[in-house]
Design a protein around this ligand. Structure first.
Ligand code: SF4
Ligand code: SF4
Ligand code: SF4
Ligand code: FES
Length: 950
């Protein structure tokens, strides 16, 4: 538990190696060159009054409250904008300064509502604090003069209010939006007395470009910008530091609490991934955790056509275990398996794979990374020797050219996108390879040097043609390759990419990208002092996903862009703990730490610790589980916090497989799509209800801390433990820290990790062991993890998914800022005001040809199935390409995606589906069946609730 007040040193830290010594109020202090007098004084514990300054933003010098005296300097300079100098003598408190400050405060207060006692900021309003600090007792001007006290409130944003009557025009909000968020949605309009804060051109927050990140709310020193939750619930009593449960950025937050109620989430200034910033999801969209849809009682039933029955935990666990044992006795040891969750903690994920391997006695465990970043693991392991991204997020601040491939950071990884945009505004070059015009291509003060608008499915052709330019134009970093890489593999790769068939001119017909643009992009990236690649699911979710990851690694090695800050190969991993779920041994062929189950030495280690014999053959991947289920060989599945019925491709195939099983156990917060096919429902816990760790996209392990009791009685790790004990494999952990200790004992890259160490360091990037006791921000320095970097050949093989006269368009999919993945969390928040349905983006040319107008219902048919969405006619997509998000189950986006998958990892080819689009007037047959099924299943839950209440 900690206090809710965070120290604010007034201006940001400086990192200069040179220090300057000065004297403040008779005390000597040494600080890095460039530090402000205000910060130096604060470090000494001397608080100079301030209003417009905060250590999250560059100083602006507008309020004139922080004036000081400096020996030999005329007048009273503002301490926030005055840098320290060697030998400087500063006085921060005397009568003259006190009089001037009081005068300034009088002016502010004379135009401010005097409703402190009922104001939501009461107790943490900086204006109120400063009035006290300067000793203001009366306002000589009175309160009757011209003022802004009747200015109208803007309540348009669902999460915060804007009350201009309280505004002191310090412009902290404007600077937060510019500097921290990079959206530039706010301005100060007009001058003098009329000056006021305005979203865009004097519109409401909702109608402006605002993305509701909340940075301005956090920056505001008064109650002008205030969280509605704070207004409703009042000031918090304590705070607990924890980690966001949405995306792979892994932002650190202080959950400000009143008892067991979250008053608000405040991004943690000390958060190593987010440095005090956040997006709309992590800061505001947590209402799902207490939503009335949550199921908090265990339920069981014999068949999915039966109503649910609420039962005790004992009965539910005993029933689940007996069913699993019955199935294994009847159909064999390999007839059951488990799916771990990338939303749960490392410790919980570890326990599920342990239960499967040690308790079920097979390796039938897989995770949702199968459908997103499994090609990253395969491609990077085989080229660089480690399955994870190479850099810290902060590394981007040293990149000179940023190459974004198949990722949409402003929607998918918003806080990292803000940092990237900061670097781009400082002048770094930008190349975007994406079929669609993502926001980053052109956004305030940023324009991509190259937007390579490739056809979906032609990534490998593009990366080969970029490599062709590097190799044939003498842009290879020969020395790096000679010293760091396997030279034979390089020579083979060089000869391969140099072939004419890989030239941009030849590949133009395949990719659709003009050869001159490819050449310009290759030169820009290869000649940058530091070139950094960031990529996402637009790279991995293809039939050649693993090939493309290897192509990216090849290009980075050939140009020497690995092994230091500012460069690297950086997968932007999707879910909060998808990195962790892979690290924890969620794949059927690997123990924790990516060690193959067939390795006798490793297996012995685990057998020794776990006290059972373990299988030496990889188990089933998720798609193989479905096949085996349809063949009648796979009958039982334990799913923790994952919704395969919505997230996996070819929905009708998935639901047929689920229907054919005899016992599906779903552990989740809500009756998700998979739970509608389940026989046992075990109510899970949200991230607020448990202790543990998440690992973000930069391999950073951060603590998740419990702020409230589990709503259903148990944290997810406890439920897995109960199930394990019931199937006959004993587990006796009393706290997740003991699970982490076991992980550390068994995993060489985690030997230095413990809850205690995490509390000391804040967070740790693995590998963390004797060699790297504080973790490893940058990988492959001096040497690759596998020794020498290996180049692999990346022959372009077109996908089987071809357009033809029947299916002439290519459908590709992606995300939107306000919703998250299957939407189970965000759909249960007010984020729906921004996006309450998935739409089909279609180019005006394609729309006109089909008689489709904005908002029309459009039938989308593929070789796998068909669904109906409303049209959004836009030039963001190119002709021949259509696009949709997939956050709403009734959209049926995965009814149309096919079974095609990556050759190496089975990662589905979500990004390329040949479709036809036609104007229609009613939902698809699948959507009608879906609605009926959903209503029936929801009624089964209502009946269970009603029966239990009798
Ligand atoms: S809204 Fe708040 S942060 Fe913005 S200018 Fe007004 S007082 Fe300052
Ligand atoms: S919420 Fe974020 S995007 Fe919106 S105005 Fe404030 S800082 Fe800008
Ligand atoms: S960027 Fe990701 S981790 Fe950070 S607040 Fe947003 S959703 Fe959470
Ligand atoms: S805090 Fe320095 S001028 Fe406002």
């Amino acid at each position: 538990m900690q206090s809710i007040v965070e120290q604010d040193l007034g201006t940001p830290a400086r990192s200069s190696a040179k220090t300057v010594t000065l004297n403040i109020d008779g005390q000597e202090v040494s600080v890095p060159e460039g530090t402000s007098v205000m910060r130096a004084a604060a470090l000494l514990g001397s608080k100079i009054p301030k209003l417009c300054a905060t250590d999250q933003l560059e100083a602006f010098g507008s309020c004139r409250l922080c004036l000081v005296q400096i020996e030999g300097v005329k007048g009273l300079p503002a301490s926030c904008t005055t840098p320290v100098a060697e030998g400087m003598k500063v006085t921060t408190q005397n009568k003259q300064l006190a009089d001037v400050r009081r005068g300034v405060m009088e002016l502010y207060i004379s135009d401010h509502p005097l409703d402190c006692l009922t104001c939501p900021a009461n107790g943490h309003c900086e204006l109120q604090d400063m009035a006290g600090v300067v000793g203001l007792r009366e306002v000589r001007y009175g309160y009757e003069g011209a003022n802004h006290l009747v200015a109208e409130k803007d309540e348009s944003n669902p999460y915060f209010t804007f009350d201009p009557s309280k505004c002191i025009v310090c412009s902290r909000c404007v600077r937060a939006c510019d500097e921290q968020q990079g959206t530039l949605a706010l301005t100060i309009q007009d001058r003098g007395f009329d000056s006021k804060v305005s979203p865009s051109q004097n519109v409401s927050f909702m109608d402006s470009e605002c993305v509701s990140c909340g940075a301005c709310v956090q920056a505001c020193p008064t109650a002008t910008l205030s969280e509605k939750s704070l207004i409703d619930k009042g000031q918090a009593e304590h705070s607990v530091t924890t980690t966001c449960a949405y995306c792979g950025v892994g932002c650190s937050f202080r959950a400000e609490m009143k008892g067991e109620e979250v008053v608000r989430m405040v991004p943690n200034k000390d958060g190593h991934a987010n440095h005090g910033h956040s997006c709309v999801k992590g800061r505001f969209a947590i209402g799902y955790a207490t939503h009335s849809d949550r199921i908090t009682k265990p339920m069981i039933r014999g068949k999915i056509t039966d109503p649910w029955k609420e039962v005790s935990w004992e009965e539910a666990i005993a029933y689940a275990a007996s069913e699993l044992k019955r199935i294994q006795e009847k159909y064999g040891r390999d007839s059951i398996g488990g799916i771990t969750s990338s939303r749960c903690t490392n410790e919980e994920t570890y326990l599920v794979q342990k239960l499967v391997r040690a308790g079920f006695g097979n390796n039938n465990v897989d995770t949702c990374a199968r459908v997103c970043h499994s090609p990253t693991g395969y491609g990077l392991k085989n080229t660089l020797g480690e399955s994870a991204g190479t850099q810290s997020f902060d590394s981007v601040m040293k990149a000179d050219v940023i190459f974004v491939i198949g990722a949409n950071p402003t929607d998918g990884h918003p806080v990292f996108a803000s940092q990237m945009k900061r670097r781009l505004r400082q002048g770094a070059g930008l190349i975007v390879a994406d079929p669609r015009r993502i926001d980053l291509v052109r956004t305030p003060h940023i324009a991509a040097n190259q937007h390579l608008k490739l056809r979906p499915g032609t990534n490998v052709a593009l990366i080969n043609s970029l490599a062709h330019v590097v190799v044939t134009e003498g842009l290879v970093k020969e020395e790096f390759v000679r010293e760091r890489c396997e030279i034979d593999s390089f020579n083979r790769w060089r000869d391969f990419v140099a072939q004419e068939k890989n030239s941009p001119e030849t590949m133009e017909a395949v990719t659709g990208v003009p050869a001159a643009d490819v050449r310009a992009a290759a030169r820009l990236y290869a000649t940058a002092k530091n070139g950094a690649i960031y990529y996402g699911l637009g790279v991995t979710e293809h039939s050649q996903g693993s090939t493309m990851v290897m192509g990216i690694a090849n290009l980075a090695m050939a140009t020497g862009n690995i092994g230091r800050e500012g460069v690297g190969v950086n997968p932007l991993r999707g879910q909060n703990n998808v990195q962790g779920s892979c690290d924890m041994g969620s794949f059927p062929h690997e123990f924790p730490g990516y060690r193959h189950v067939s390795d006798d030495g490793v297996r012995k280690l685990f057998e020794g610790e776990w006290g059972v014999g373990l299988q030496n053959e990889p188990g089933l991947r998720i798609p193989n589980m479905f096949e085996a289920a349809l063949d009648g060989d796979f009958k039982g599945l334990y799913i923790e916090g994952e919704d395969i019925a919505q997230s996996d491709p070819n929905t009708q195939h998935v639901t047929a497989a689920l229907t054919s099983m005899e016992c599906i156990i779903v552990q989740d917060l809500f009756l998700n799509e998979s739970a509608k096919f389940a026989h046992v429902f075990l109510p899970g816990s949200s991230f607020l209800e448990k202790d543990g760790t998440f690992t973000n996209a930069e391999r950073r392990i951060s603590r998740v801390r419990k702020v409230m009791k589990p709503k259903a009685g148990y944290a997810d790790w406890e439920i897995t433990q109960l199930l394990s004990n019931a199937v006959g494999y004993p587990m006796n952990y009393t706290h997740p820290s003991e699970i982490m200790d076991e992980i550390a004992r068994l995993t060489p890259t985690f030997t230095g990790v413990s809850f205690e160490r995490l509390d000391e360091l804040g967070s740790i990037q693995w590998p963390c062991n004797a060699e790297h006791p504080e973790g490893t921000p940058t990988m492959h320095i001096g040497e690759f993890v596998r020794g020498k970097g290996r180049f692999l050949l990346t022959e372009y093989v077109p996908t089987h998914e071809k357009v033809n006269a029947r299916f002439p368009l290519i459908l590709t999919t992606g995300r939107i800022l306000s919703q998250y993945n299957v939407g189970a969390q965000t759909r249960r928040t007010e984020n729906n005001v921004w996006h309450d349905e998935d739409r089909l983006e279609i180019h005006p040319h394609d729309a006109e040809e089909r008689g489709i107008a904005e908002g029309d219902w459009v039938g989308i048919a593929s070789r796998a199935g068909d669904t109906v969405l409303r049209a959004r006619v836009t030039e963001r997509v190119q002709p021949g390409v259509v696009y949709t998000t997939f956050h709403f189950p009734e959209s049926g986006a995965n009814v149309i995606t096919t079974d095609n998958s990556d050759w190496a990892t089975n990662c589905p080819e979500y990004k390329v589906t040949a479709v036809q689009a036609t104007r229609v007037s009613q939902p698809s047959e699948w959507q009608k069946r879906f609605r009926e099924f959903t209503v029936a299943q929801e009624n089964f839950v209502k009946r269970a609730n009603a029966d239990a209440a009798k």
